[in-house]
Design a protein around this ligand. Sequence first.
Ligand code: PMV
Length: 308
Amino acid sequence: MTKYSAPGKIILFGEHAVVYGRPALAIPVTQVHVEVDISDSARSGIWIDAPDVNLHAELNTLPSDHPIASVINNLFFLLRVSPFPNLEIKISSTIPVASGLGSGAAVTVALTRALSTHLNHSMNAEEVNVFTYEIEKIHHGTPSGIDNTVVTYARPVYFMKNEPPEMFKVGRPFTMVIADTGISALTKESVGDVRRLWMNDRARWETVFDKIGEISFTARRAIEAGKYELLGELMNENHGLLQKMTVSSPELDELVKAALHAGALGAKLSGGGRGGNMIALVEPEKAEEVSLSLKAAGAKHTIITQVS
Ligand code: PMV
Protein backbone atom coordinates (compact mmCIF):
# COMPACT_ATOMS: atom_id res chain seq x y z
CA MET A 1 0.00 0.00 0.00
CA THR A 2 1.21 3.54 -0.78
CA LYS A 3 -0.02 6.41 1.33
CA TYR A 4 0.45 10.16 0.86
CA SER A 5 -1.16 13.21 2.33
CA ALA A 6 -1.23 16.90 1.44
CA PRO A 7 -2.22 19.85 3.63
CA GLY A 8 -4.78 22.59 3.13
CA LYS A 9 -3.63 26.16 2.69
CA ILE A 10 -4.61 29.76 3.26
CA ILE A 11 -3.60 32.86 1.41
CA LEU A 12 -2.33 35.43 3.91
CA PHE A 13 -1.96 38.36 1.52
CA GLY A 14 -2.24 39.22 -2.15
CA GLU A 15 -5.11 37.10 -3.53
CA HIS A 16 -6.48 38.36 -6.86
CA ALA A 17 -3.60 40.82 -7.34
CA VAL A 18 -1.38 37.72 -7.67
CA VAL A 19 -3.25 36.85 -10.89
CA TYR A 20 -1.86 40.15 -12.27
CA GLY A 21 1.75 39.40 -11.35
CA ARG A 22 1.88 40.95 -7.88
CA PRO A 23 3.39 38.98 -4.96
CA ALA A 24 1.24 37.01 -2.53
CA LEU A 25 1.91 35.06 0.67
CA ALA A 26 0.41 31.69 1.53
CA ILE A 27 0.91 29.13 4.28
CA PRO A 28 0.04 25.43 4.62
CA VAL A 29 -2.66 24.48 7.13
CA THR A 30 -1.82 21.06 8.48
CA GLN A 31 -4.92 20.75 10.70
CA VAL A 32 -6.82 19.78 7.56
CA HIS A 33 -5.54 17.45 4.87
CA VAL A 34 -6.23 15.01 2.07
CA GLU A 35 -5.02 11.44 2.40
CA VAL A 36 -4.65 9.00 -0.49
CA ASP A 37 -4.10 5.24 -0.08
CA ILE A 38 -3.32 3.11 -3.09
CA SER A 39 -3.11 -0.67 -3.28
CA ASP A 40 -2.96 -3.26 -6.03
CA SER A 41 -6.30 -4.81 -6.72
CA ALA A 42 -7.48 -8.30 -7.52
CA ARG A 43 -10.46 -6.96 -9.52
CA SER A 44 -9.87 -5.36 -12.88
CA GLY A 45 -9.95 -1.58 -13.31
CA ILE A 46 -9.09 1.44 -11.19
CA TRP A 47 -11.58 1.70 -8.35
CA ILE A 48 -11.93 5.02 -6.60
CA ASP A 49 -13.46 5.35 -3.18
CA ALA A 50 -13.86 8.98 -2.01
CA PRO A 51 -16.58 8.93 0.65
CA ASP A 52 -16.32 12.66 1.41
CA VAL A 53 -17.61 13.48 -2.07
CA ASN A 54 -19.82 10.37 -2.27
CA LEU A 55 -17.76 8.78 -5.02
CA HIS A 56 -17.46 5.00 -5.41
CA ALA A 57 -16.71 4.24 -9.04
CA GLU A 58 -14.43 2.68 -11.61
CA LEU A 59 -12.30 5.21 -13.51
CA ASN A 60 -13.82 4.45 -16.94
CA THR A 61 -17.33 5.20 -15.72
CA LEU A 62 -16.41 8.80 -14.80
CA PRO A 63 -16.70 11.68 -17.27
CA SER A 64 -13.25 12.63 -18.60
CA ASP A 65 -13.48 16.12 -17.05
CA HIS A 66 -14.17 14.70 -13.58
CA PRO A 67 -11.47 16.26 -11.32
CA ILE A 68 -10.17 12.91 -10.05
CA ALA A 69 -10.38 11.18 -13.44
CA SER A 70 -8.51 14.05 -15.06
CA VAL A 71 -5.65 13.72 -12.55
CA ILE A 72 -5.30 9.98 -13.13
CA ASN A 73 -5.65 10.09 -16.93
CA ASN A 74 -3.29 13.05 -17.38
CA LEU A 75 -0.72 11.61 -14.99
CA PHE A 76 -0.72 8.20 -16.70
CA PHE A 77 -0.34 9.95 -20.05
CA LEU A 78 2.61 11.99 -18.71
CA LEU A 79 4.29 8.94 -17.16
CA ARG A 80 3.42 6.76 -20.18
CA VAL A 81 1.65 4.19 -18.02
CA SER A 82 0.12 1.62 -20.34
CA PRO A 83 -1.82 -0.57 -19.91
CA PHE A 84 -3.47 0.88 -16.81
CA PRO A 85 -2.83 -1.28 -13.71
CA ASN A 86 -5.59 -2.65 -11.47
CA LEU A 87 -5.78 -0.42 -8.40
CA GLU A 88 -7.88 0.49 -5.41
CA ILE A 89 -7.61 4.21 -4.59
CA LYS A 90 -9.02 5.58 -1.37
CA ILE A 91 -9.22 9.36 -0.99
CA SER A 92 -10.28 10.95 2.26
CA SER A 93 -10.31 14.64 3.04
CA THR A 94 -10.96 16.95 5.95
CA ILE A 95 -10.59 20.07 3.75
CA PRO A 96 -13.96 21.68 2.96
CA VAL A 97 -14.44 22.09 -0.81
CA ALA A 98 -14.83 25.46 -2.56
CA SER A 99 -13.91 27.39 0.57
CA GLY A 100 -10.46 28.73 -0.28
CA LEU A 101 -8.54 26.08 1.67
CA GLY A 102 -6.98 24.49 -1.39
CA SER A 103 -8.87 21.20 -1.41
CA GLY A 104 -8.52 20.72 -5.19
CA ALA A 105 -4.77 21.25 -5.17
CA ALA A 106 -4.37 18.98 -2.14
CA VAL A 107 -6.24 16.11 -3.85
CA THR A 108 -4.07 16.47 -6.95
CA VAL A 109 -0.79 16.67 -5.01
CA ALA A 110 -1.56 13.69 -2.74
CA LEU A 111 -2.93 11.58 -5.60
CA THR A 112 0.01 12.42 -7.88
CA ARG A 113 2.60 11.58 -5.24
CA ALA A 114 0.84 8.36 -4.24
CA LEU A 115 0.28 7.13 -7.82
CA SER A 116 3.74 8.03 -9.12
CA THR A 117 5.43 6.40 -6.13
CA HIS A 118 3.21 3.30 -6.26
CA LEU A 119 4.10 2.84 -9.94
CA ASN A 120 7.83 3.49 -9.37
CA HIS A 121 7.93 6.71 -11.41
CA SER A 122 9.16 8.98 -8.68
CA MET A 123 8.53 12.70 -9.25
CA ASN A 124 10.36 15.51 -7.48
CA ALA A 125 8.52 18.45 -5.88
CA GLU A 126 8.96 20.68 -8.90
CA GLU A 127 7.47 18.05 -11.21
CA VAL A 128 4.52 17.52 -8.87
CA ASN A 129 4.02 21.29 -8.70
CA VAL A 130 4.10 21.78 -12.49
CA PHE A 131 1.70 18.87 -13.04
CA THR A 132 -0.71 20.14 -10.35
CA TYR A 133 -0.68 23.59 -11.95
CA GLU A 134 -1.70 22.02 -15.29
CA ILE A 135 -4.62 20.29 -13.56
CA GLU A 136 -5.61 23.55 -11.79
CA LYS A 137 -5.73 25.24 -15.21
CA ILE A 138 -8.24 22.66 -16.49
CA HIS A 139 -10.64 23.41 -13.64
CA HIS A 140 -10.03 27.05 -12.73
CA GLY A 141 -9.32 28.93 -15.94
CA THR A 142 -6.45 31.30 -15.14
CA PRO A 143 -5.02 30.30 -11.76
CA SER A 144 -1.93 32.15 -10.61
CA GLY A 145 -0.28 28.92 -9.39
CA ILE A 146 -0.14 29.89 -5.70
CA ASP A 147 -2.40 27.06 -4.47
CA ASN A 148 -0.45 24.22 -6.09
CA THR A 149 2.85 25.78 -4.94
CA VAL A 150 2.05 26.13 -1.24
CA VAL A 151 0.36 22.73 -1.10
CA THR A 152 3.22 20.97 -2.92
CA TYR A 153 6.02 22.48 -0.85
CA ALA A 154 3.98 22.59 2.38
CA ARG A 155 5.97 25.63 3.57
CA PRO A 156 5.16 29.35 3.86
CA VAL A 157 5.68 30.77 0.40
CA TYR A 158 6.18 34.21 -1.16
CA PHE A 159 4.79 33.73 -4.62
CA MET A 160 4.87 35.62 -7.90
CA LYS A 161 3.35 34.20 -11.05
CA ASN A 162 5.90 32.63 -13.42
CA GLU A 163 8.74 33.04 -10.89
CA PRO A 164 10.34 30.32 -8.80
CA PRO A 165 8.60 30.30 -5.39
CA GLU A 166 10.54 31.81 -2.47
CA MET A 167 10.26 30.11 0.91
CA PHE A 168 10.60 32.47 3.84
CA LYS A 169 11.38 32.21 7.53
CA VAL A 170 8.85 32.97 10.24
CA GLY A 171 10.74 35.16 12.75
CA ARG A 172 8.47 34.36 15.69
CA PRO A 173 5.56 31.87 15.62
CA PHE A 174 2.15 33.50 15.19
CA THR A 175 -1.42 32.33 15.62
CA MET A 176 -4.27 32.60 13.15
CA VAL A 177 -7.94 31.78 13.50
CA ILE A 178 -9.55 30.62 10.25
CA ALA A 179 -13.33 30.88 10.06
CA ASP A 180 -15.61 29.41 7.41
CA THR A 181 -18.69 31.36 6.29
CA GLY A 182 -20.14 28.01 5.16
CA ILE A 183 -20.92 29.62 1.81
CA SER A 184 -19.25 27.89 -1.11
CA ALA A 185 -18.14 30.29 -3.79
CA LEU A 186 -16.40 29.61 -7.07
CA THR A 187 -13.01 31.31 -7.34
CA LYS A 188 -13.42 31.24 -11.13
CA GLU A 189 -16.39 33.64 -10.79
CA SER A 190 -14.76 36.20 -8.50
CA VAL A 191 -11.59 36.08 -10.64
CA GLY A 192 -13.78 36.68 -13.73
CA ASP A 193 -15.53 39.64 -12.08
CA VAL A 194 -12.21 41.23 -11.10
CA ARG A 195 -11.06 40.78 -14.70
CA ARG A 196 -14.14 42.65 -15.95
CA LEU A 197 -13.44 45.51 -13.52
CA TRP A 198 -9.83 45.62 -14.69
CA MET A 199 -10.79 45.61 -18.37
CA ASN A 200 -13.11 48.58 -17.82
CA ASP A 201 -10.53 50.72 -15.98
CA ARG A 202 -7.05 49.27 -16.11
CA ALA A 203 -5.27 52.30 -14.65
CA ARG A 204 -7.40 52.30 -11.51
CA TRP A 205 -7.08 48.58 -10.83
CA GLU A 206 -3.38 48.42 -11.63
CA THR A 207 -2.90 51.00 -8.84
CA VAL A 208 -4.94 48.84 -6.44
CA PHE A 209 -2.94 45.73 -7.42
CA ASP A 210 0.29 47.69 -6.86
CA LYS A 211 -0.86 48.62 -3.36
CA ILE A 212 -1.66 44.99 -2.60
CA GLY A 213 1.73 43.93 -3.97
CA GLU A 214 3.41 46.41 -1.60
CA ILE A 215 1.34 45.03 1.29
CA SER A 216 2.53 41.46 0.52
CA PHE A 217 6.13 42.64 0.28
CA THR A 218 5.94 44.52 3.61
CA ALA A 219 4.07 41.62 5.24
CA ARG A 220 6.84 39.20 4.37
CA ARG A 221 9.37 41.48 6.08
CA ALA A 222 7.04 41.84 9.09
CA ILE A 223 6.72 38.04 9.41
CA GLU A 224 10.47 37.56 9.09
CA ALA A 225 11.01 40.19 11.81
CA GLY A 226 8.13 38.94 14.00
CA LYS A 227 6.38 42.37 13.92
CA TYR A 228 2.81 41.26 14.36
CA GLU A 229 1.12 44.58 15.17
CA LEU A 230 2.18 45.74 11.73
CA LEU A 231 1.06 42.46 10.17
CA GLY A 232 -2.44 42.95 11.61
CA GLU A 233 -2.68 46.46 10.16
CA LEU A 234 -1.59 45.13 6.77
CA MET A 235 -4.35 42.51 6.90
CA ASN A 236 -6.99 45.18 7.56
CA GLU A 237 -5.64 47.28 4.73
CA ASN A 238 -5.63 44.31 2.36
CA HIS A 239 -9.24 43.46 3.30
CA GLY A 240 -10.32 47.03 2.49
CA LEU A 241 -8.81 46.73 -0.98
CA LEU A 242 -10.50 43.35 -1.53
CA GLN A 243 -13.82 44.97 -0.56
CA LYS A 244 -13.23 47.61 -3.23
CA MET A 245 -12.65 44.80 -5.70
CA THR A 246 -16.17 43.52 -4.81
CA VAL A 247 -14.90 40.09 -3.72
CA SER A 248 -15.93 40.36 -0.07
CA SER A 249 -19.50 39.65 1.08
CA PRO A 250 -21.73 40.72 4.00
CA GLU A 251 -20.94 37.43 5.78
CA LEU A 252 -17.17 37.83 5.37
CA ASP A 253 -17.34 41.47 6.50
CA GLU A 254 -19.39 40.46 9.52
CA LEU A 255 -16.77 37.87 10.55
CA VAL A 256 -13.92 40.34 10.02
CA LYS A 257 -15.73 42.85 12.23
CA ALA A 258 -16.42 40.24 14.91
CA ALA A 259 -12.76 39.13 15.00
CA LEU A 260 -11.49 42.70 15.38
CA HIS A 261 -14.10 43.41 18.04
CA ALA A 262 -12.94 40.32 19.97
CA GLY A 263 -9.37 41.61 19.97
CA ALA A 264 -7.75 40.22 16.80
CA LEU A 265 -4.72 42.21 15.60
CA GLY A 266 -6.06 42.13 12.04
CA ALA A 267 -8.48 40.22 9.84
CA LYS A 268 -9.31 39.71 6.18
CA LEU A 269 -10.98 37.36 3.75
CA SER A 270 -8.71 34.68 2.34
CA GLY A 271 -8.76 33.24 -1.18
CA GLY A 272 -11.26 33.91 -3.94
CA GLY A 273 -13.79 35.57 -1.59
CA ARG A 274 -17.59 36.03 -1.79
CA GLY A 275 -17.80 33.12 0.65
CA GLY A 276 -15.30 30.59 1.91
CA ASN A 277 -12.93 31.56 4.69
CA MET A 278 -11.63 34.58 6.50
CA ILE A 279 -8.54 34.73 8.70
CA ALA A 280 -7.69 36.64 11.85
CA LEU A 281 -4.29 37.23 13.43
CA VAL A 282 -4.47 36.82 17.20
CA GLU A 283 -2.30 36.74 20.30
CA PRO A 284 -2.20 33.01 21.23
CA GLU A 285 -4.07 33.60 24.49
CA LYS A 286 -6.92 35.33 22.60
CA ALA A 287 -7.37 32.54 20.02
CA GLU A 288 -10.21 30.72 21.82
CA GLU A 289 -12.10 33.92 22.55
CA VAL A 290 -11.84 35.13 18.94
CA SER A 291 -12.87 31.69 17.69
CA LEU A 292 -15.98 31.73 19.92
CA SER A 293 -16.89 35.25 18.79
CA LEU A 294 -16.55 34.17 15.16
CA LYS A 295 -18.90 31.24 15.76
CA ALA A 296 -21.38 33.57 17.50
CA ALA A 297 -21.19 35.83 14.43
CA GLY A 298 -22.13 32.97 12.11
CA ALA A 299 -18.94 31.03 11.31
CA LYS A 300 -19.77 27.40 10.52
CA HIS A 301 -16.46 26.19 11.88
CA THR A 302 -13.11 27.58 12.88
CA ILE A 303 -9.53 26.35 12.91
CA ILE A 304 -6.81 27.72 15.17
CA THR A 305 -3.41 27.32 13.58
CA GLN A 306 0.09 28.24 14.67
CA VAL A 307 2.47 29.32 11.96
CA SER A 308 6.14 28.67 12.59
O1 PMV B 1 -10.01 30.53 -3.63
P1 PMV B 1 -8.60 30.08 -3.52
O2 PMV B 1 -8.08 29.97 -2.16
O3 PMV B 1 -8.27 28.92 -4.36
O4 PMV B 1 -7.70 31.30 -3.97
C1 PMV B 1 -7.66 31.86 -5.17
C2 PMV B 1 -6.69 32.95 -5.14
C3 PMV B 1 -6.85 33.91 -6.30
O5 PMV B 1 -5.78 34.83 -6.19
C4 PMV B 1 -8.17 34.66 -6.18
C5 PMV B 1 -6.80 33.21 -7.64
C6 PMV B 1 -5.44 32.65 -7.98
O6 PMV B 1 -5.40 31.81 -8.88
O7 PMV B 1 -4.42 33.05 -7.41
